[in-house]
Design a protein around this ligand. Structure first.
Ligand code: ZN
Length: 285
């Protein structure tokens, strides 16, 4: 496993970690100044800016783009809704290409309001992702399907395990040459509990479909399903164990910090959060 001490150049900051409270230009400068090698911006950070200029700013700051977050949910109550979502995701893929992002992170969505038809939601995800592959391939952007913890199966994602995400990738892209366009983003928060984790990570790596690795921690108790992620080292996830599994497959990408924490880390000054991320990455990850 790669030592991270003195190697923040291998580490990236997902901008959600800083709470989306300051303009992206400040965030870029803060992350670069703190010594990190990468950044993963969210679409919402780029709503009112020129993406070409932002891409240049990131490059000039010496940062790489470890990913671009994230897709619009695919399942919809109507066919037109699904088509609109696919179109919106195509625009996001183009932005990911402009940014030079190493992948476009896909949180696929689940039941549309009022629906109980999980099978239909999954079918729409399959159909939607299939419609995005060509655009992604021609833009040179890899699609990283991010399985989410099953507590989000009702709304945010009907993809809940690495195996499920891999199966979708392998079904839609059985023979990826020269390299896969469809793969997975592995976030310790979503997969740490999976009894099949080691085999699934190994399968993802062997098929060259491990595109991103996100870290944070699982707090006990967790007080909010979305907004109470912990800083690495403050919870119960054996992060070095999972990183060892990931890097044993030959993964050489970034270790990306992604922490949603409305009542704690988002209230702190960005410099404090970034310094803590830096220290924890080098000591407990
Ligand atoms: Zn993530």
């Amino acid at each position: 496993m790669r030592p991270l001490a003195g190697r923040l150049d291998l580490c990236s900051i997902n901008t959600a970690t800083l709470g989306h409270s300051t303009p992206i230009d400040h965030v870029i400068d803060d992350v670069a100044r703190a010594g990190f090698g990468g950044i993963c911006p969210w679409r919402r950070d780029l709503m009112d800016v020129d993406v070409v200029k932002t891409a240049r700013h990131i490059r000039d700051a010496g940062l790489k783009v470890s990913g671009y977050c994230r897709s619009t949910y695919l399942p919809a109550a109507t066919e037109a809704g699904l088509r609109a979502s696919v179109e919106d995701n195509r625009r996001a893929i183009d932005q990911a290409a402009t940014l030079g992002a190493q992948c476009f992170v896909m949180v696929v969505g689940s039941l549309p309001a009022g629906s109980r038809d999980l099978a239909l939601a999954r079918a729409q995800v399959t159909e939607g992702v299939e419609k995005l592959i060509e655009r992604a391939r021609s833009a040179g952007v890899r699609l990283a399907l991010e399985p989410l913890h099953p507590m989000y199966a009702g709304d945010r994602s009907c993809l809940n395990t690495i195996d499920q995400a891999l199966k979708l990738a392998e079904t839609l892209e059985p023979d990826p040459e020269p390299a896969p366009t469809l793969g997975v983003a592995l976030d310790v928060y979503h997969v740490w509990w999976d009894p099949n984790l080691a085999a699934a990570v190994s399968r993802a790596g062997t098929s060259r479909r491990l595109f991103a690795f996100h870290v944070c921690d699982w707090l006990v108790p967790t007080r909010d399903l979305l907004m109470d992620r912990g800083m690495m080292g403050d919870g119960v996830i054996d992060i070095p164990h999972i990183r060892r599994l990931v890097e044993a497959t030959g993964y050489e990408g970034f270790v990306e910090v992604e922490i949603f924490s409305e009542t704690n880390w988002w209230r702190k000054d960005a410099s404090v959060t970034l310094a803590t991320c830096a220290e924890r990455l080098q000591t407990v990850c």
